[in-house]
Design a binder for this molecule. Structure first.
Ligand code: SIN
Length: 521
């Protein structure tokens, strides 16, 4: 393997956490490892809702923290929730200064959306459903201007090297489907900010590249993973055959859109007092139940928004147009799709993982903010807050800033490409047996299939990173014999008396799976 070294901090990923951390680290030189062109391929750019922050005069960070803790079903770290929600307004001000065009009212105040399980309208938004795209546009422009940031596009991180419990660098390959020979890059500090795992599911709202690889590579290096079983399913992905499934933002329900089935029955009203704005896990399971019964759940925006849906929610309107749906005259078919991984690489209050020299922020991290059920629009917020925390922690370990040569790995042919059919099979298994409704039989069968797929296709490091994360999710779901938040076990439908977070190494998760002689069908 080619081996090179750099004085730059390595940042794995190119979403909101990665870009924010790169800017916060300036003038320390960094290299961002981005599989796609900067700004493309990250979940952050697809976020429709916005950033949750107590910006209204009558709202407070304490109320925001209380909602976060309540939604998380007993497993939120209260200290983290208070710290993150207190920092939220300052981050909105920073993004505004960077040029994010947040929606404003006539008196210059922020226009705030209402989303599920929030006691206030507190989601700061851009052009209705364009928050992620516009925030990323502002940050990408700033990163392109920053002399301290090198962007290495077209490279994918496949592994970490560890010596004596400390990470010494990363292994990268060409992001081309054919792959390349791996290249090791030694670096003074590593920040993982490479997204979550929901693309491991066949029905997902996540971009195609986001399939648990970053959590998997950290787990393979020995990092502890927390709350892996808690995967959030978004209730209203547009069910029109697209992969990934486009999102119909929860803000539509905040504006009064209702959920109906093909019989015209508004089913949420009988399930929860908050009806369509009940916590996300409850709405997702209700949608799933209607869907499984062939009742075709739909989101009806007609009475609440009329023709204004086309201009106020342009991303939703565009997705409907692609699918031949006219939301002005007909309801939008929806399904619950894997959307966000609450679990991830366990981090402490400083964003540090259990391995030395390794920091994590964004969806790849499990900080304790989200518990078993993330409060809507807390994802971008967490990425912003922990990007800053990690940048401060990393900077404290570095010598005074000095210039560094660009990192120039040479990608030689000779990689092991990922087999798309193996990925498709893995995603089917995750949706079928590790999805919204789980039980012991399905989880054991999923673990056996994951093991069989890995045995057959595991020469690809990228695929092994995916199977590592899939194993962690399924094993943690098997071990959690209760139902809590987004994790629902039909064989253990009640919550245990005591709520606890889970912590698991890959070795412990692997012990839960056995390789069968033949892959179960
Ligand atoms: C949405 O807009 O419904 C998604 C927001 C989120 O997942 O936080």
């Amino acid at each position: 393997m080619q081996r090179i070294a750099t004085d730059r901090v390595i940042i794995v990923g190119a979403g909101l956490g990665a870009l924010s951390a790169a800017l916060r680290l300036a003038p320390h030189p960094v290299v961002l490892i981005s599989p796609e062109r900067l700004g493309e391929g990250a979940s952050s750019a697809w976020a429709q809702g916005g950033v949750a922050a107590a910006m209204a005069a009558a709202d407070t960070p304490e109320a925001h923290a209380a909602d976060t803790i309540r939604a998380g079903a007993g497993t939120v770290d209260a200290g983290v929730a208070h710290r993150v929600t207190a920092a939220a307004p300052g981050h909105i001000a920073s993004l505004s200064r960077l040029g994010t065009p947040f929606d404003r009212d006539a008196s210059g105040g922020y226009v705030l959306s209402r989303e599920a399980a929030h006691s206030f309208a507190r989601v700061v938004r851009v052009k209705g459903d364009q928050a992620g795209a516009e925030i990323m546009r502002a940050l990408v422009a700033e990163v392109r201007r920053a002399a301290s940031v090198q962007v290495l596009e077209g490279a994918i991180t496949t592994g970490l090297e560890v010596a004596g419990g400390t990470v010494t660098g990363v292994v990268v390959e060409s992001a081309d489907p054919a792959g390349s020979e791996p290249v090791f890059i030694a670096a003074p500090a590593i920040l993982l900010a490479g997204g979550g795992s929901a693309g491991l599911y066949a029905l997902t709202t996540n971009p195609p590249r986001i399939r648990g690889q970053v959590i998997g590579l950290a787990a393979r290096a020995g990092a502890v993973i927390a709350d892996a079983e808690f995967v959030q399913f978004h209730p209203t992905a547009i069910d029109a055959g697209e992969d990934p499934a486009p999102l119909a933002t929860e803000a539509l329900r905040g504006e009064g859109a209702i959920l109906v089935n093909r019989h015209g029955c508004r089913f949420m009203a009988g399930i929860h007092p908050d009806a369509e704005l009940a916590p996300r896990d409850i709405v997702a399971r209700a949608i799933h139940a209607e869907w499984r019964q062939g009742n075709r759940p739909m989101l009806d925006t007609r009475a609440a928004l009329g023709a204004s849906v086309l201009t106020r929610f342009p991303a939703v309107a565009a997705a409907c147009a692609r699918a031949g749906i006219d939301p002005v005259t007909e309801p939008i078919p929806v399904a619950a799709a894997a959307h966000y991984h609450m679990g991830g690489i366990a981090t402490d209050a400083a964003g540090r993982a259990s391995l030395g020299n390794l920091w994590v922020c964004g969806e790849a991290a499990s900080t304790g903010l989200h518990g078993a059920n993330r409060l809507a629009s807390n994802g971008l917020l967490e990425a912003l807050v922990y990007a800053e925390t990690c940048a401060e922690g990393i900077a404290a370990t570095l010598p005074a800033p000095r210039s560094a040569a660009p990192v120039m790995p040479e990608f030689r042919p000779g990689g092991v490409p990922v087999d798309p059919e193996a990925v498709a099979r893995l995603r089917q298994v995750m949706t079928a047996d590790v999805g919204l409704i789980r039980d012991e039989k399905g989880l054991r069968s999923a673990l056996a299939t994951i093991a069989a797929l890995e045995a057959r296709h595991g020469d690809s490091a990228t695929f092994r990173n995916m199977t590592a994360t899939a194993t962690l999710i399924a094993a943690a779901a098997l071990m959690r014999e209760e139902s809590r938040g987004a994790h629902f076990r039909s064989d253990f439908p009640r919550a245990a008396d005591t709520a606890r977070r889970s912590r698991l190494t890959l070795a412990e998760a692997m012990a839960r799976r056995a390789l069968p002689e033949k892959e179960p069908t």
